[in-house]
Design a protein around this ligand. Sequence first.
Ligand SMILES: NC(=O)C1=CN([C@@H]2O[C@H](COP(=O)(O)OP(=O)(O)OC[C@H]3O[C@@H](n4cnc5c(N)ncnc54)[C@H](O)[C@@H]3O)[C@@H](O)[C@H]2O)C=CC1
Ligand SMILES: NCC(=O)COP(=O)(O)O
Length: 340
Amino acid sequence: MQSNTNPPILITSGEPAGIGPELCALLAETSQARRLNRPFIILGDADLLVKRAANAGIEPEWQRVDSLDPAVCTLLKDPGYYLFHHPLNVTCTTGQPDPANASYVLKLLDTACDACLAGTAAAMVTAPVQKSAISPHWPGFAGHTEYLAHHCKQSDVVMMLVGGQMKVALATTHIPLREVSQAITQESLTRTLQIMLKDLAIYWKLDKPKILVTGLNPHAGESGDLGTEEIDTISPVIQALQAQGHDVQGPYPADTLFQPKYLQNSDAVLAMFHDQGLPVLKHASFGQGVNVSLGLPIVRTSVDHGTALALAGTRDMDAGSLNEAIECAHHMDLCRRNMQ
Ligand SMILES: NC(=O)C1=CN([C@@H]2O[C@H](COP(=O)(O)OP(=O)(O)OC[C@H]3O[C@@H](n4cnc5c(N)ncnc54)[C@H](O)[C@@H]3O)[C@@H](O)[C@H]2O)C=CC1
Ligand SMILES: NCC(=O)COP(=O)(O)O
């Protein structure tokens, strides 16, 4: 029987010792699924999720689903919250991540990503993971963004955060500061901007997005006195894209770019590194921001925060970012299917 609901969105519950389990339970207390007319399938250890919800005094309304097979998912006719059980490797102590559960956390990501790639699910939304608990099992694990690109066999991916009327993408993601300059090449920057131009058109209906690009160095290099990356790398890429008709401007000094007179006439900012762009955005919208992976063959959004270990086991966390990440994934799915 054909369902008249939208296809399911999968939610990975993330690090079991962090706030992901409570966030998922808080979500399942809401009517968001009914409003968006969708089933949401939460992936994680069902016993853990149920116990953690009860301990925190959260009363989720969710049902179990035994399989993510297309036949099962397409028959989920009722908008609402469903739990798909995947067992922990070892017992979890709330607030204390254990690398022994790293493969459990990654299995949730693999399962969700595969279901999206297969078209069984419309999108995946990720609760936070504890990166340091995964790297002993998966050396070099830097974050969902890089891991999902690897899983999708995609060489390029762009992290963009959306919040407080801003969209801030990053030219580099989770690498040490000392490696940033070398990681930014004309090729990588061109590819990043091309991905932004393409996905801003698909998912935000911006046919000719205006993108402002920061410099890397103080004062955008001060004409070469404070660094030459702007002259050697960033400006040539901007000029080449302008010659192709794109509205890409810069490089602008990052310290003064984030003011209304620039932002209100633009669609997105490309910052050169993680802590150049994200503190500005998080100052404006922490708890309401969304992390979007651009350039993947699937829709993936996430929260703007981490595992907040000290809050795990309580219901004192703000679920606003997860709610926004879900709205954003829903919107992106509709755009991709040309329904919005
Ligand atoms: N999407 C993801 O998987 C992300 C994972 N992380 C990981 O999370 C771990 C902890 O990172 P931190 O830098 O400590 O950042 P964090 O976001 O976990 O915590 C920073 C501060 O924000 C507060 N906070 C975070 N989320 C909150 C919420 N929903 N409601 C209320 N308060 C909240 C925390 O209590 C803490 O004071 C690290 O392993 C990091 O890599 C960090 C960011 C994103
Ligand atoms: N600061 C963003 C962050 O660390 C989340 O990264 P990812 O896990 O979504 O790649």
